[in-house]
Design a protein around this ligand. Structure first.
Ligand SMILES: *Cc1c(COP(=O)(O)O)cnc(C)c1O
Length: 344
């Protein structure tokens, strides 16, 4: 099965496993794991921040950040498509007691005017907005990249309103490779930012959350509370270091493969996609049931029967993701299979 359903499906390579097996380790939560310490220092430097912590998942990084910045009853402003709103099992409410005020951005990216319009009056009847959260790249926005000036504008406004700013950088390095903007430049307007090691970077587990030394100290308390403090986690951090050494530049190939996939899909009758919108490795397209006589779920199951997995998102939408276990040849093979499914 060639799996386009997510970039979390990458398997650790033999060389990555070798790095994991030979990692020097210690007690992570006592700061005695040299490999975790090295990973945190490396990511903090990459993101231009003072300090960082290692977490088992990106979800936990978002949850730690929200609970570190906000008190119960306060409000987080984010795009309506945000991972924190859709896919964290109500974590912002359950773990931090906050409300989400969601905006209708353009493929996950809202502008300054929308943010300004969303701000409620500072009045004791209203929840206090304390955190602005953005996603770079936007997952449900189809991997769209926020332009740096737009990020700077919304973050500067949030700061002027006394809010903190958080970047969900699950795929930040995809944005970096696509745009040529440095990770530290994207991260600079944000008080906390994290990146995922287990998506396109190909590590089996892990994410790193960065910010000021003071923020990371507070964040450690939440990490402990959520059960995210670990022991000999250097085995996992070694995979992350390996990924940063070997799997960043090659994200360019994933983006090329995504564009080729989108272009091919756009030429198949009954599928709808604008290939010019593909900036990174996420490809969302629509299945037109009026033309094809079946919906996205049926499309995906018929395609899976031919050996290619893509993810139906709702009745119309399908998500296909390129990653390091998908080659240019796999893309052409998948397009042939998709054409076969659509031809009935
Ligand atoms: C995957 C993802 C997360 C969660 O990361 P996990 O490591 O899977 O917990 C958060 N935000 C975005 C945008 C993601 O794509």
């Amino acid at each position: 099965m060639i799996d386009f359903s997510s970039d979390v499906k990458t398997l650790p390579s033999a060389a990555m496993r070798q790095a994991m097996a030979s990692a020097e380790v210690g007690d992570e939560q006592a700061f005695e794991d040299p490999t975790v310490n090295a990973l945190c220092a490396r990511v903090a430097a990459l993101l231009g921040k003072e300090a960082a912590l290692f977490a088992p998942s990106g979800c936990m990084c978002n949850q730690i950040a929200i609970a570190s910045w906000c008190r119960p009853g306060e409000e987080v402003i984010a795009d309506r498509s945000a991972h924190i709103a859709w896919f964290e099992s109500g974590g912002p409410a359950a773990n931090a007691g906050v409300m989400l005020n969601t905006l209708d951005g353009d493929r996950g990216r809202f502008d300054l005017a929308q943010l300004q319009a969303a701000l409620r009056p500072r009045w004791r009847h209203c929840p206090l907005p304390t955190l602005l959260a953005v996603e770079q790249t936007c997952n449900l926005g189809g991997g769209a990249v926020w332009p740096l000036p737009q990020l700077q504008a919304v973050a500067a406004f949030a700061h002027s309103e006394g809010m903190h700013t958080h970047m969900d950088g699950a795929r930040l390095l995809n944005a970096v490779i696509a745009s040529g903007v440095a990770a530290s430049d994207y991260a600079a307007p944000f008080d906390s930012v994290w990146l995922d090691l287990s998506k396109g970077l190909g590590a089996p587990i892990g994410a790193v959350l960065a910010g000021s030394r003071e923020f990371i100290e507070r964040a450690w308390g939440v990490k402990q509370r959520l059960g995210g403090a670990m022991r000999q986690a250097g085995i996992l951090a070694a995979a992350g270091l390996y990924a940063l050494d070997h799997n960043v530049e090659r994200l360019r190939l994933d983006h090329q493969n995504a564009r080729a996939l989108a272009l091919g899909l756009s030429q198949i009758g009954g599928l709808m996609i604008d290939p010019t919108t593909i900036e990174t490795n996420l490809v969302f397209f629509d299945v037109d049931a009026q033309v094809l006589g079946f919906d996205a779920a049926t499309f995906a199951s018929r395609l899976a029967a031919l050996g290619y997995k893509m993810g139906p998102f709702d009745a119309r939408r399908v998500r296909a993701v390129t990653h390091l276990d998908i080659s240019a040849e796999n893309v052409q093979q998948a397009l042939a299979a998709v054409a076969k499914v659509c031809a009935g």
